[in-house]
Design a protein around this ligand. Sequence first.
Ligand code: FHN
Length: 452
Amino acid sequence: MLFIDTSSRNRRNGFLPATTKLVLLSAIALVSCFRVLAQPGYTPTAANLEARREFQDARFGMFIHWGVYSVLGNGEWVMELRPITVHDYERLPPLFNPMKFDAAKWVALAKSAGMKYITITSKHHDGFAIFETRQSGWNVVARTPYGKDVIRQLAEQCHQQGIKLFFYYSQLDWHNTDYFPRGRTGHSTGRPESGNWNAYLDYMNAQLRELLTNYGEVAGIWFDGMWDKPDGDWQLGRTYSLIHQLQPQALIGSNHHKAPFPGEDFQMFEKDLPGQHTTGFNPDQSVSDLPLETAETMNTSWGFNITDDQFKSTTELIRYLVRAAGDNANFLLNVGPMPNGEIQPEFVERLHEVGAWTRQYGESIYGTRGGPIPPGSWGVTTQLGDTVYVHVLDWNDGTLALPKLSRAVRGARLLRDGSAVPYTVNDYGLLLKLADRPAGLVDEVVVVTLAE
Ligand code: FHN
């Protein structure tokens, strides 16, 4: 039993005896240690393992950030950044009436780009549910003139059009008063300085139960926001076992920017390829053996931002997909639909162009795993069975020298036209003789067939 001296005198003076400090520190370490155990002893079911395989095979998904914040056209963090109190923010739902929302169109657009799954924000940090929830009136059906369950419509279309659906769920909540004590954010919302943390967790778990009960098969839950209270008592074990018990195949991932905790089924990275640390989001995030995914925006915003015109080119987006696949990761590409329910034309245009590429080169991406040659500035490799796809992204010389493969090479050809690629294998490696690439070619894919 641990004893901690927290007498008021000591607390008032900011003084703790050395032994107490030691005990306290060990207690904190112990508690944190228990917390990260999350779902100890978790063994994924056969259905879950199969879902992980299918997830890796999918390689490309659409991320959707949509909520009442879209009305303000200033991204999904507008409540925190402006800042806006809960009282004022509650004036937004009555303005949310997306008459042009057509779930069938969104799903068809994702499919036309070659995306195999969709991950949508069922509830972002503003706590607003775009699904019908009995846990509070802070939801699209109860509070908006639109009055319809967005998630239901999307789920129906995903099931109908054969595309998997993940639910993003923000553990962080700027609206719920029980999200207390507060973490790094949400201090300007005007909420009372009190709340019942356990009641908040009950609320969250009840909403997750709804999501996993009312919308058919769910591909997974994409958690976000735990970073707001890294040392919070999240009781992840309870949440993760609930999900795994309700839908054993559903994959759990959490954007906590740390190595995965037991009970998680995939690992995600934000605006960085696995192992990269360019954004500061993933400073000490190691790469695990779980299926990997990296999420990126089309411009610089997740939620609809009316002034953000820093669009990535189609070439950049395709190359990101290719680099992710070369790193054995999926690419989750974001759109932030407008408040009228449409996806802005700049996004649609790029998605169609990406689709033209995936239709021609998809075999070098879907179903593959990261290839045998480490990624380099020249490009990456992917592999499916006896075939290694060499994606030459940035190389203009006539010869590309690669490390030697562990198996003999039987042939090499260009994916774009099937023409033979001359090659040599010697003690030093594999040399590919590349023809001049046509102007504007995004990725010269060389299909290398390995001998039995
Ligand atoms: O704060 C969120 C942000 O709004 C967005 O949802 C991204 C998506 O990866 N995740 C969080 C930041 O880490």
